[in-house]
Each structure stands twice: as structure tokens, then as C-alpha cells.
Design a protein around this ligand. Structure first.
Ligand code: EPU
Length: 420
């Protein structure tokens, strides 16, 4: 397994470009199953999860074609199987996103039931109950979700008990080809849901209210092909901004979208960062000052994202003062804390809150990545640590951060990959 070797203590300084958003590219690739016309998806990030989704489409008999600019054209007219096998679902839970499109377009789907993962139990009961409310017959048997519908799915009024991002996306995709109107209440308002909705609209879907907690979809007879460019990744953007802040550095991130990062930018300002934004760029300067601790609480968008919680824990670990971080979305998203404490951090876990008392600096150590965002936080900890840090199990990071060591090297970091 590859590892990352980081020699910490360098102030990051420079410019980087942000890739397309993983969490909107994945549902958009799944949405290509809703039409038999070719759909071109542009600005796809080069990530392991994207490769897995393309592989999943391929094993159904669909033929994604990748051009020299790494845009992907998906032509699902050759589809032969309507199933997502366990071998792929176990490596990427987002495979569940093919359930709604397959059921709506082909009337059947078999998707391995995703298990728990390093950050929580992550059930998919709300995906299933919403599709049942739309007329699907769903059984969970032999570790698989087996779904079918006679004729077509029917529009329904669905209230989501919890705000779920992929749950909202699955139901929204299914509703585009259902008969009549579907109303999703307590829908996720995440920008990635809006990006998917905009792609579906470009394919001929009738959707209103995306970005609010009530999404209304009028089913149409069929969808058509289109060319769609994925929005920038707000979590990648935030991760590099935090890495620069933690190292007392200066960074300009380009090809991003500042207006969808308000909660994160406001916490960085509280931490002492001087931030300037333009239409598609963000510049952060710490003027070589030590960051100040911040307190925060994760919650669905537009509140502070759970996917940025671990990175802020790393920032607080070396900041002046004490900050508390409360995780309300996932029940077990503090695995990075124990690794940071091994690097000399002073962090206590109390239920779903961590209390972080900042120390002057961390000591490099061998550490283990447990999930994607935890890996990013350990890299940040390594960048501010004295001596060398080796981050093991970085296959997690390759799932969600494109060329991370190259981008950090552009900012002056001393980081290299140690191949297994
Ligand atoms: N939940 C249920 N039942 C359901 C669905 C969700 O109880 O049927 C619970 C979950 O267990 C969790 C909460 O609801 O406690 C919210 O989970 P959600 O469904 O919103 O998460 P997700 O759709 O599985 C997406 C992102 C995650 C991100 C979360 C929260 C994708 C592919 N994944 O997951 O991204 O953390 O929303 O914003 O969009 C990451 O990129 O590192 C990542 C984990």
C-alpha cells in the first residue's frame, strides 16, 4: 500500500487549481443511466471513486468513452445488466446512486446493500422507503437490494426523516421519469444536489426548488443526452485553504466557487485568516501568524460541512487557545483524533464533541488514514509537524483528492509518495 512521506514545517505559498466535485460527479455519472442518448460529462476529477463509478457502468454493459481531455461520454444504450455487484459497492458506497436511475428507466435494479464504514453505520433505509412510496417493490435479500416496478414509478409526496444527500439524489433522479409530480420535503440543499438537478434539467427533466428543502419534480416521458460540466469541489477547496492556514501560509485557489463555502470561509476568518474572493478564486493569507482556535458544529448545508470537520481539528490542534468541534451528521467521525494525539496534539473526545487545546507544534509520527477526510487531516497535521510524518493507507486519499502530493508540492510542501 502506498504511503505519503511529509517533512513538516514549511509555510505553504502559491496557487493551485481546484478539480471537479467528486460528490456531484458521482451522481451525474449515475444519472446517465436515465437516457439511452450519449451524455458527455466534463470537468471530471481524476479520482479512484470516479474510476469505480465508470467501472460500475462498464460492468452493466454501458460503454463510457474517455477523450483526451478526460471528459467522459456515456452511452447507456448498450446496457445488459441492471445490477451493482458487492465487489464494487464494498469499495464505494456511492454505488447506491444507480438504484434510482435503473429502477426509473428499466423497472428493475439489484444493488448490493452497502455496509457500515469507518465514519458510521450509514443505512440507506430512506432511499428504500422513498422508492417504495413511489410504487417500487423492494426486498433486501442475500445482501442485495432487489427492486422492481410494474409499469412506471409514480410521483409521490415524500418527507425525508433526516436530511440525506445521496437519498435526495436517488429519489430526485427516479422522479424525473415517474408519472406525475414528486415532492421531496426536508430535501438536502447541498450544492452537489443542485449541480445534479441542473444536469438533469439539461437532460430534459422538470425540476424546481433545488437548493431549497422542497424539491418538486414533474415526471417526463424520456430524458435526452447533453454535455454537462461538473461544478468545482468545495471540500477540496476548503482542505487546501485550511492546509495553508495551519502552516501560517498564503494561497490562491483558482477555478473554485467562493459562494458555496461561506460557513468554511467564516470559520477561517475567525481563525485569523485574511481572505479575499473573486468570482472563481479565493486567496487566503495568514501573514505568518499562528491561527486562533475556532469552535464549530457540523450540520447539513448551508451549515458547516461534516466533510471539513477533521481538517479543522488539525488546524485547532496547533492553534492558539481551545476550541470545540461537534459532529452531528455521522456518529463515528473522530478516528483521526487518536492519530493526532500520537503526534502530540491535545484532543479529548466527549461524546460527539472534541475539545482541542492547541499546542505550539506537532511531532511527526507514522500515522494511519481511516477514511478520506481523516486522511486529509493527517496530511495537514504532517505539514505542521516537526520532522517526518508517514501517512499509511493513503488509498483513502486517492478516492477523493486529485494529485494531492503534486498540488501540495506546487505550494512548496515537502511531500512524496512512497510506493508499496
Ligand atoms: N442516513 C440514514 N438513512 C438513510 C440515509 C442517511 O439514517 O437512508 C443518515 C446517515 O447515516 C447519516 C446522515 O443520515 O448519519 C446523513 O447521511 P447522508 O445520506 O447525507 O450521507 P451520504 O449521502 O451517504 C454524502 C457524501 C458524504 C458526506 C455526506 C454528508 C456523497 C457521495 N457522499 O454521503 O461524503 O459526508 O453526504 O454531507 O455525496 C466524503 O466525500 O468524504 C463523504 C463521506
Amino acid at each position: 500500500m502506498d504511503k505519503l512521506l511529509i517533512s513538516g514545517g514549511v509555510r505553504l505559498d502559491g496557487e493551485i487549481r481546484i478539480a471537479g466535485a467528486k460528490n456531484s460527479a458521482l451522481p451525474i455519472l449515475a444519472a446517465t443511466l436515465l437516457t439511452r442518448d450519449p451524455v458527455q460529462v466534463c470537468n471530471l476529477p481524476h479520482l479512484y471513486d470516479i474510476t469505480t463509478m465508470i467501472e460500475l457502468l462498464g460492468c452493466m454493459g454501458v460503454q463510457p468513452v474517455i477523450d483526451e481531455k478526460l471528459n467522459v461520454e456515456v452511452d447507456s444504450s448498450t446496457i445488459k445488466h441492471f445490477s451493482a455487484p458487492y465487489e464494487l459497492v464494498k469499495t464505494m458506497r456511492a454505488s447506491i446512486l444507480v438504484l434510482g436511475p435503473l429502477l426509473a428507466h428499466y423497472g428493475e435494479a439489484e444493488v448490493a446493500l452497502p455496509g457500515g464504514c469507518a465514519i458510521g453505520s450509514r443505512p440507506v433505509n430512506l432511499h428504500i422507503s422513498a422508492l417504495e412510496a413511489m410504487g417500487a417493490d423492494i426486498k433486501v435479500e442475500d445482501g442485495y437490494i432487489k427492486a422492481s416496478v410494474v409499469n412506471k414509478l409514480k410521483g409521490a409526496h415524500i418527507f425525508m426523516d433526516l436530511v440525506t444527500v445521496t437519498g435526495t439524489e436517488n429519489v430526485m433522479m427516479a422522479a424525473t421519469l415517474a408519472t406525475g409530480e414528486t415532492i421531496i420535503e426536508n430535501a438536502a440543499r447541498e450544492p452537489e444536489v443542485v449541480d445534479l438537478a441542473n444536469c438533469l434539467v439539461a437532460m430534459g427533466a422538470k425540476i424546481k426548488g433545488q437548493g431549497t428543502d422542497t424539491i418538486v419534480i414533474q415526471g417526463v416521458e424520456k430524458l435526452h443526452g447533453c454535455s454537462y460540466s461538473v461544478m468545482p469541489d468545495r471540500i477540496e477547496t476548503g482542505t487546501y485553504l485550511i492546509a495553508a492556514a495551519a502552516t501560517r501560509g498564503h494561497i490562491k485557489v483558482k477555478d473554485t466557487q467562493p459562494n458555496i463555502l461561506e460557513a468554511v470561509l467564516s470559520k477561517l476568518e475567525q481563525a485569523g485568516a485574511d481572505i479575499k474572493v473573486g468570482e472563481n478564486w479565493i486567496e487566503l493569507d495568514m501573514h505568518n501568524e499562528r491561527p486562533k482556535s475556532v469552535s464549530l458544529r457540523t450540520a447539513p448545508y448551508p451549515a458547516f460541512p461534516t466533510d471539513m470537520q477533521a481538517q479543522f481539528t488539525a488546524l485547532n490542534a496547533i492553534a492558539a487557545g481551545t476550541g470545540s468541534i461537534t459532529e452531528t451528521v455521522f456518529e463515528n467521525r473522530f478516528m483521526h483524533v487518536h492519530e493526532m494525539n500520537r503526534m502530540g496534539a491535545s484532543i479529548q473526545v466527549e461524546g460527539n464533541t472534541v475539545i482541542v487545546t492547541g499546542v505550539e507544534s506537532l511531532n511527526g509520527a507514522p500515522v494511519m488514514a481511516t477514511d478520506l477526510r481523516a486522511s486529509a487531516s493527517l496530511i495537514i497535521a504532517g505539514l505542521v509537524g516537526k520532522n517526518e510524518t508517514i501517512v499509511d493507507r493513503i488509498y483513502h486519499i486517492d478516492r477523493g483528492y486529485e494529485c494531492i502530493e503534486e498540488k501540495l508540492q506546487l505550494l512548496g510542501a515537502k511531500i512524496k509518495r512512497l510506493p508499496s
